[in-house]
Design a binder for this molecule. Structure first.
Ligand code: ATP
Length: 502
């Protein structure tokens, strides 16, 4: 089953008065993984949408060799119905029917099982989609596209939500699909993936394709050379210096600790299972773990959003009371800033303006409209939100720029709070380009320098290594290992799998 050749020539795409793509040319061929890289807002998502036929194109041509070939797109934000089971979502819109046109779920299940077997992509078909971890939801999205018989698959930052091992598995699957003749394009910010798995790379910068070339097998032997070339093309200049954690005082006292945290979910599973950890003032502690081992619940519990949690959360020597009222929540927020991993569920109001989102939750704490406007402008500038337009609807920002809004708001707010004590960040640079990631890392280091305790949960081991004083590994709801930031991927990876000898 060969996929189509897709020739996109000199296209331009405009939303209202905003040019998403000024001039892009790209040819997608079957048989290779074609990676698309570029800064946040460069136009990568729009390019995929134009290829799939649903972007407001105002110039150029899109030619697809075999017009009948189904093109499947896996979006940055999942398009699943959360109240449905995984199986229902899988077949939604192309349901097999039995006699009298009734939905034949047994048949759908057989087909789904066969597809999972063939691709190695596994999900629990009976789980409610809202209960699936982010990684599982994404596998479900890919299965959905394949279920519809797509021969060209366009994926928008598929690995942003995956752990390194899951990402590796995904590329194995994509590699096998490409080998089988499928046409595959992947938008990503992760350079290591491009170097290891892509057969062709295209770079976009400010609405234009600025580089498009094959990657030869022997180039992978000199990864640094290739990485430097691609980074320079992405940034249009030299890359920013990397962050490192600030010096930690020998006698720094413990600012924050968690003792025997337990949380049981609706199915009776202990998603947090006696979790213990402590973070000192000015210390940055990284949490590594395979998606779905309690990361999300840990962050939510610290934020006060898990009423059923047992155990203690201790801040500055005092046990935090349970959050029962909005005043309790406000009090907690004066001391703790939290960024949740799923920015749409927990952090961002897509229909509100960028400005409103940047001061969300600070109602009544800012002294009048002009102070508010100044604060919004400061946050837009500090974190490089692009376009720098406070009145724009947040839903119109590119994914990475939405992330800058959520993280920038949290970090900037807590720094200014007199009661500041702790920052907890779930996947802070997910979907963010190299330049913006450097800004966010800089702000995290600044928070630690100001004496805050910092907990960073990330699927990006490189990020954890660069930023953290220590790395804790979370497995099945508890911390199983503590590792120095110098540990290799392999050592951290084994601990993430719960292997004893790690
Ligand atoms: N529906 C829309 N309405 C208005 N502007 C839009 C819309 N979609 C995208 N844009 C704008 O088009 C530009 C390109 O966006 P796009 O999402 O393609 O970027 P991207 O390269 O995928 O970025 P990221 O890496 O952050 O996901 C951005 O400036 C964005 O704000």
């Amino acid at each position: 089953m060969r996929g189509p050749v897709m020739k996109i020539e000199d296209i331009a795409v405009r939303y209202g008065d905003c040019w998403s793509i000024r001039s892009a040319t790209i040819t997608l061929e079957p048989g290779v993984i074609h990676a698309i890289l570029g800064e946040n807002g460069a136009g990568k998502s729009t390019l995929l949408k134009a290829a799939a036929g649903f972007a407001p194109r105002v110039a150029g041509t899109v030619r697809i060799e075999d017009g009948a070939a189904a093109i499947g797109m896996v979006h940055q934000h999942f398009m699943l119905v959360s109240a449905f089971t995984a199986l229902e979502n899988l077949v939604l819109g192309s349901e097999p029917t039995g006699s009298f046109g009734r939905l034949d779920l047994a048949k759908a299940r057989r087909e789904a099982e066969a597809l999972m077997e063939k691709t190695g992509l596994r999900v629990n078909l009976d789980a409610r989609t809202s209960d699936l971890a982010v990684g599982e939801r994404q596998r479900l999205e890919i299965l959905r596209v394949l279920y519809r018989g797509a021969r060209a698959i366009l994926l928008d930052e598929p690995t942003a939500v995956l752990s390194p091992l899951e990402a590796e598995e995904l590329y194995t699957t994509l590699g096998a699909l490409a080998e089988g003749g499928a046409t595959i394009a992947v938008v990503t910010h992760r350079m290591d993936e491009v170097i290891r798995f892509a057969g062709h790379v295209t770079i976009m910068r400010r609405g234009r394709t600025v580089l498009s070339r094959p990657i030869a097998a022997d180039e992978r032997d000199h990864p640094k050379r290739l990485e430097d070339e691609l980074t320079r093309a992405i940034m249009g200049g030299e890359p920013p210096p990397e962050a490192s954690p600030p010096a930690l005082a020998e006698d720094a006292e413990i600012a924050f600790s968690i003792e025997d945290l337990v949380l049981v979910d609706a199915t009776g599973k202990r998603v947090l299972d006696g979790l213990n950890l402590a973070v000192k003032k000015g210390e940055i502690v990284g949490i590594a773990g395979i998606e779905g081992n309690g990361q999300r619940e840990l962050v939510r519990a610290v934020a006060g959003l898990e009423p059923g949690v047992a155990g203690s959360i201790v801040l500055g020597g005092a046990r935090l009371p349970a959050v029962r009222t909005t005043e309790d929540l406000r009090k907690r927020r004066r001391a703790i800033a939290v960024v949740h991993e799923d920015r749409h569920a927990d952090g961002l109001m897509l229909d509100a303006s960028v400005g409103d989102n940047l001061v969300l939750g600070e109602l009544g704490q800012i002294d009048g409209p002009s102070a508010e406007a100044a604060l919004i402008k400061h946050r837009i500038d500090r974190f490089g939100v692009n376009p720098p337009d406070a009145a724009r609807r947040a839903g119109e920002l590119s994914g990475g720029n939405q992330q800058k809004v959520v993280v920038g708001r949290a970090l900037d707010r807590i720094e200014a709070s007199p009661e500041r004590a702790l920052v907890v960040l779930g996947q802070p640079t997910r979907g963010v380009d190299v330049g913006a990631a450097a800004t966010i890392h800089g702000a995290i280091v600044t928070a630690a320098e100001k004496g805050l305790a910092v907990l960073v949960v990330s699927a990006d081991l490189g990020e954890l290594r660069r930023l953290s004083h220590r790395i804790l590994v979370l497995h099945r709801g508890r911390i199983v290992t503590e590792l120095p930031p110098t540990s290799s991927d392999d050592v951290i990876g084994r601990a993430m799998l719960g292997m004893e000898d790690a």
